[in-house]
Design a binder for this molecule. Structure first.
Ligand code: ADP
Length: 739
């Protein structure tokens, strides 16, 4: 039975790629402008997906410079040329800034070089400059070909044969400065680097009382600064899009000294490289330091992060993002018609989307224009829904309104952690407590989950009590796995005693962040790794995608001995190539009998003489460690939204003497496709498989074939839902997503 039959048997994929063929087509892939972690994952995905659909794929080295120079700069790629690059930062095909490509003469040469190799599909990975260049090139294409023919460089037949150039862009930029896309390749990794530095500073600086001014990249875009400020609960942040109000010097100093008075030993100020004031004058890190030293006399240090932010290995998120984009880019190229405008592939929420390149570039330039013209509100709005909601959340959580300015709601709201501790839980509690206080509620913390609740471990919690919680792993409140069933009476009693009007339950998060296994450098070895997650295969699946694994066994997709055999044979074949290592992930509860040991023994026996095996059970290290920037922010934002929702519900019920008995008074908040969604528990009940504690439908299952394709199996891949271009402007009315 081959793999096609396997996926057909499992019947989980509706639309197939079969009707898309790349036969006779040639795709050129290049990286341009500033490099970013994850660019290699995108290159790998383009090459492998291209080869998978039968197209030829060419590396274009050194960005546009290689395209202009031609020769050995444009080389056909094969499956193995992109092996072992998923975990490498930067770009293996090189990137450059190219003056020549800005001229028509340069672009004429580039066109000649492409036509010579039959390349009429271009995949550009770069920032807005690079994508603008690509768009100009596409528009000029027919003119350039005509000129080449007139000069006698190509013949008429070739002009006809290569009449159209299809262009697809992927945004690779650590700044996340491109409009229309929620995340660009490299941003998440850059955030990891920044947060690592902040965490390191925090541990040393706790022993002294210090103020740190941290400058992060972003000459025109404050995304990195804003999100790092959210992720570390910074005291103050300076962004180009949202300059501080006049008189900020005094306000900032008041804020810093207030925080010190609350026993905060460390102040963190984050400054975007391009920070400005309302008069468009730069605000520099040194200037801020001077101010703090002269006004407050605090020991103040400046750290400028610079290129560290581009370095290091790409995060799991960036690898998955780039892999998905790369595959989507090839599909978009194959589906392009002469009428299709150049597009950008991107993710919105957790869904792949295509957007017209020109609209995105236009909007990105509009942001700059708005800043130049000091229309800062417009600048923030144009950056997109996610930026705006980040800014609002930051303001809300960083700056406490004076008590007398908060209208009291007379409601008591309690926060509890349940289930396994997960990275991001503390950030969620901090956010809930602070938003709750600013909505006028009295906030209570419950310790040790439902067990503690029943025993009366409940106390009022204040604004300052949750300071510094965002970066801490585990659950500070304490959590127990005990279900409330047995002690409902005692819990109800506690609710009455403390007059609790609403309860925010935080638990059940899963993250794929802790899977960091590097198997490269070892010859002919297959690693078998067991991941956590109960019956939920998310970690195994996403970990496999991020690590470029050969197989991932999960409960949701049943497998049998034939699958195991096919996988072993696949690995045996693979060992004959230059790629001599394998990686297999197995979710802890994927099968009762095909245990990790069984799989290890089976692979060891079948692989005898060809490869040997190692196994590793990741266990609790997956729940440990400091939370990633994503988890900190996700926890923060989702919890802020949950609190706001609770406040609305409390207000609706007030004065009516009504008790909460309706279905929608108990909800679960999460991301569904592209939006934040409150789902009544009653409705979720229908969608949940209680025996295995997983949803009946899991969005990420559609990424299964992607992992297989990139690992050289035959598999069918469901193309992006609409497979159509969307418009950037049409997305403003939706609920802001949390990522
Ligand atoms: P980024 O892509 O990271 O924004 P740049 O703005 O430096 O980086 O652009 C990278 C390269 O893209 C430039 O060196 C140039 O070769 C090409 N490019 C940028 N803007 C244009 C343009 N308007 N026309 C043609 N090529 C351009």
């Amino acid at each position: 039975m081959d793999d096609d039959d396997v996926s057909a048997r499992k019947g989980s994929f509706r639309k197939f790629l079969e009707h898309l063929s790349g036969a006779g087509k040639a795709i050129g892939v290049l990286t341009s402008g500033g490099d970013a972690q994850g660019m290699n994952a995108a290159v790998r995905a383009v090459v492998r997906m291209g080869i998978y659909v039968g197209a030829k794929v060419y590396f274009i080295y050194e960005g546009y410079q290689g395209m202009v120079d031609g020769g050995s700069n444009i080389v056909e790629a094969n499956w193995e040329s992109v092996s072992s690059i998923l975990q490498v930062g930067g770009t293996i095909i090189g990137s450059a800034r190219c003056k020549a490509f800005r001229t028509r003469e340069g672009r004429l040469k580039a066109a000649g070089n492409l036509v010579q190799r039959g390349i009429t599909n271009l995949c550009v990975i770069g920032g807005d400059g690079s994508l603008t260049g690509a768009n100009i090139f596409r528009k000029e294409w027919s003119g350039l070909l005509k000129e080449l023919a007139e000069n006698g460089d190509i013949d008429r037949e070739e002009v006809q044969k290569h009449a159209y150039l299809n262009v697809v862009g992927m945004v690779g930029s650590i700044d996340n400065d491109f409009c229309g896309t929620d995340m660009t390749i490299g941003t998440d990794s850059a955030l990891h680097r920044i947060i690592e530095v902040v965490d390191a500073i925090m541990t040393t600086a706790q022993s002294h009382q210090r103020t740190f001014v941290l400058e992060v990249m972003g000459r025109h875009c404050g995304y990195l600064a804003l999100v790092s400020a959210l992720a570390c609960g910074a005291d103050w942040v300076f962004l180009p899009e949202s300059p501080p109000e006049e008189g900020w010097q005094e306000n900032m100093c008041i804020k810093l000294s207030e925080n010190r008075a609350r026993k905060k030993r460390l102040n963190i100020i984050i400054v975007a490289e391009g920070a400005i004031d309302t008069q468009n004058k730069p605000i520099t890190s040194e200037q801020i330091k001077e101010l703090v030293v002269t006004q407050l006399g605090y020991d103040t240090r400046v750290t400028i992060l610079g290129h560290v932010q581009r370095g290091g290995t790409p995060s799991a998120f960036d690898r998955i993002l780039a892999s998905r984009m790369g595959v989507e880019a090839v599909v978009a190229l194959l589906q392009a018609t002469p009428e299709t405008p150049a597009c950008v592939v991107s993710l919105s929420g957790n869904q792949a989307v295509r957007l017209p390149l020109l609209e995105c570039v236009q909007m990105t330039q509009d942001v700059q224009k708005a800043m130049d013209e000091r229309r800062f509100k417009d600048a923030v709005r144009l950056r997109g829904r996610s930026f705006e909601s980040n800014l609002n959340t930051y303001k809300r959580l960083a700056i406490k309104m004076p008590d007398d300015r908060i209208p009291k709601s007379n409601c008591n709201v309690a926060v509890i952690n349940v289930g396994a501790p997960a990275a991001g839980m503390n950030a969620a509690v901090r956010s809930a407590v602070r938003v709750g206080i600013s909505e006028g509620h009295k906030m209570f913390a419950i310790y040790d989950g439902f067990e503690g609740f029943a025993k009366g471990q409940i106390k009022e919690i204040g604004w300052a009590d949750v300071g510094g919680w965002t970066g801490q792993g585990g659950s500070i409140l304490g959590t127990k796995r005990t279900l409330p069933g047995k002690s409902l009476e005692a819990i109800a009693e506690q609710m009455r005693t403390h007059s609790i009007n609403a309860l925010l339950i935080i638990g059940g998060f899963e993250t794929c962040d802790r899977i960091k296994q590097s198997a490269s450098g070892t010859k002919r070895r297959v690693f078998i790794i067991e991941t956590m997650g109960g019956y939920c295969g998310y970690l195994a699946n996403m970990g496999a995608l991020a690590a470029g694994a050969d197989a991932a066994y999960i409960f949701e997709e049943p497998f049998d001995i034939r699958d195991l055999q096919a996988n072993v044979e696949h690995l045996t074949e693979k060992m004959k190539t230059t790629i001599q290592r394998g990686l297999v992930l197995r979710n802890e509860s994927c099968s009762e009998h095909y245990t990790t040991d069984f799989i290890y023994h089976l692979y060891s026996e079948e692989g005898k003489g060809v490869f040997d095996c190692r196994k590793n059970v990741l266990g609790h290290m997956q729940q440990g460690g400091a939370p990633s920037p994503f988890d900190r922010n996700f926890g923060t934002k989702i919890s802020a939204r949950a609190m706001q929702w609770l406040s609305t519900k409390l207000k609706e019920a007030q004065g009516k003497g009504k008790r909460f008995v309706t279905d929608d008074s108990i909800c679960v908040l999460g991301i569904s496709k592209r939006n934040l969604l409150f789902q009544p528990v009653a409705q979720l009940k229908k969608e949940t498989d209680f025996e295995h504690r997983i949803p009946k439908e899991q969005w990420w299952l559609k990424l299964r074939p992607l992992m297989k394709i990139l690992a050289k199996y035959k598999a069918s891949y469901e193309v992006s839902d609409p497979g159509q271009l969307e418009h950037v402007h049409h997305r403003g009315h939706e609920e802001p997503a949390a990522i």
